[in-house]
Design a protein around this ligand. Structure first.
Ligand code: NAD
Length: 326
């Protein structure tokens, strides 16, 4: 028998997974963090949570953990996620994201774990046809990272169709996740971080000049527009998704974003205002595969999950700034 309170958090030593683990503990769940520490950190896992060092590409590692802890659901954060790297090394992405997800699903089937919440991404949309982007916008990813996530969504759909009584999923398509836990101790870390906010903050700290990729985009100020969502708000949506399974919400996809767009120039100004520091920057060429504008419609998550993001842009920047200054 599975234990309703036990949640298997694949990738729980990473940026988002560690925030999720904290929230699960706060809500009285028993998270089992499963991670190979390829981009995650052992010190991100609270001591109250179980930690299993293992690799999702090794079925034995997963099955042993599922058999031992009998979780009622899996939250699947583990992935490789650097877009330019996915272009130069696509097989790493298909192996670590797609093949590993199949291994995980097979182990779940064998151990009778029936529910999974999957970390998908706005990168599945490519260049969206309509803004704000709804879940029914055609998914045409423009890089192997986005394609790997879309393939996993197709695999989840087919698996749920094949085993309607025994397998259910919710896929959450994140827009730009940012910020850090207000209590400190966890945040975005590592040399390969390509996300905008940490890079603007590092420029504000004087570590290196920011490169803005393109100033000739078809947007009011010529720079790309993105939708930023605080990591704690994002994790709250996972908790709501977990509860939604009990209400019969199954096999659904939800966008998670703030539904507000900010250009790169606006983000630089916002960081300068919050931190009181200048952000040294220069303009480089456009990056291939970057859409001009990505803004989520999160109407579906608000209506069906009852999700209400609480953090605004200033709090996103403030908490990320506290983390960078740790
Ligand atoms: N950060 C964002 O803005 C963003 C946006 C959209 C989607 N996502 C998705 O959210 C998830 C989490 O992203 P993150 O920013 O926390 O990244 P992260 O790199 O900090 O976390 C990923 C974690 O998974 C672990 N991992 C990777 N491959 C593994 C494997 N084969 N076996 C076991 N553990 C493995 C890593 O060690 C790491 O701890 C990813 O699936 C990512 O695609 C993130």
């Amino acid at each position: 028998m599975s234990d309703k309170k036990v949640i298997f958090v694949a990738g729980g030593a990473g940026y988002i997974g560690s925030h999720m683990t904290r929230l699960l503990l706060e809500e009285g769940f028993k998270p089992i963090v499963f991670d190979n520490l390829s981009t995650g950190f052992r010190e991100f896992v609270p001591k109250e949570a179980r930690f299993v060092r293992g690799d999702l590409r090794r079925e034995r590692d997963i099955e042993n953990a599922l058999e031992r802890y009998r979780p009622s659901a899996v939250m699947h954060f583990a992935a490789a996620l650097v877009v330019p790297e996915s272009v130069s090394d696509p097989l790493k992405y298909y192996e670590n994201n797609v093949a590993a997800a199949i291994t995980l699903l097979r182990a779940m089937r064998r151990q009778k774990v029936k529910r999974i919440i999957f970390s998908s991404t706005a990168a599945v949309y490519g260049e969206p046809q309509r803004i704000p982007v709804r879940e029914d916008n055609p998914a045409c990813p423009v890089n192997p990272y986005g394609r790997s996530k879309l393939m996993i969504e197709a695999i989840l759909k087919d698996t749920a169709y094949a085993y309607p009584e025994d397998f259910r999923y919710i896929s959450l398509r994140y827009f730009n996740v940012a910020g850090a836990h207000p209590a400190g101790g966890i945040g975005q870390k590592g040399p390969q971080i390509t996300h905008l906010i940490p890079n603007i903050l590092r420029a504000a700290m004087g570590s290196k000049k920011l490169t803005v990729f393109g100033k000739d985009w078809p947007t009011p100020d010529g720079t790309c527009i993105r939708d930023y969502i605080h990591v704690v708000d994002l994790c709250q949506a996972h908790l709501l998704a977990l509860k939604a399974f009990d209400r019969g919400v199954n096999n659904e996809i939800f966008n998670l974003g703030s539904s507000k767009g900010f250009s790169v120039k606006a983000m630089i100004r916002a960081v300068e205002q919050v931190t009181g520091k200048k952000v040294p920057h220069r303009y480089g060429p456009r990056r291939p595969g970057d859409p001009a504008r990505l803004i989520a419609s999160s109407k579906k998550a608000r209506e069906i999950l009852g999700w209400r993001p609480r953090y605004g842009l200033d709090e996103i920047i403030e908490t990320a700034w506290q983390w960078e200054n740790r």
